[in-house]
Design a protein around this ligand. Sequence first.
Ligand code: C5P
Length: 303
Amino acid sequence: MSEGGLSTKTVQAPAKVNLFLRVLELRSDGYHELETLILPISLADRLEIHADADPSFRTLAFSLEVTGDDDLVERVPRDEANLVVRACLALARRTGVHGFADISLEKRVPVAAGLGGGSADAAAALWALNDLWGCGLGPVGLRDVGASVGSDVPALMVGGPVLARGRGERVEPAPMRPLSLVLVTFPFSVSAAEAFRCWDQAGGPTGPDPAAVLDPGSEVEALAASLFNDLEEPMTRLHPEIGRAKRTLLEGGALGAAMSGSGPTVYGVMPGPTVRLEARAEREIAGLSGRPPGYVTSTGHKP
Ligand code: C5P
């Protein structure tokens, strides 16, 4: 989605949940071989990008401003740890452009929460800058740049439900029904590296065949009953709140629940867009996580 003048674009960067996440093995390069279903959701950051490139520019200039709630903004890195910065530099390096990019990032997605917020920002920035800078990369080339930025970036460049394999960079669209979800986010972050280390230390459990989640004809009850995440159990041992949030979601009306990505966010699948958790469960979640549960829908489905 974009709007604006010739050299300015405003784009949404939808977060994601993982409907299943299977860790298959630790690879010799330190990454883990994965199989995961990534579903974009209506919770999104917003980027306003003003950029231009031209052979008459002699350098590449870049600026990043971050706005949003204080507790979110203070946790967004401004250096190369920020995936938007990395995406911008990687695209410029790949295509040799000279010019500028001034990016204003309105942050709404919790940071390092398993929701892919930083990766979504990078994915949105790559699409927009490819256009504004006139780089001319196609989807495959652009996803390749995305993979050099982070494992989740190529999947979030697709703009709909995706089955991701390899370290996450091998992606294919996965048609599925729209879902109504409820999110439990926490005031603490975890790094993906830490979550995968926990999986290694737990002896590397691998979950079941995810056929029911992948079948676009599955009823929502069957799909919700089949959610799983191989990183969840090891992470729950480290942060028991994750397990308590999941139990509360299931007791409060969710059809199924799981941790998203490397956590700590836990999501539940609700029977429909207007259905809320029981009031008691909403209160328990607010007490556990310090914030009310957030109701969202999945996005990017083909009509
Ligand atoms: O690729 P990305 O920078 O997002 O990965 C962050 C960290 O998460 C990696 O350094 C690695 O420790 C871990 N990771 C992994 N296997 C994956 C993806 C990420 O071990 N498939």
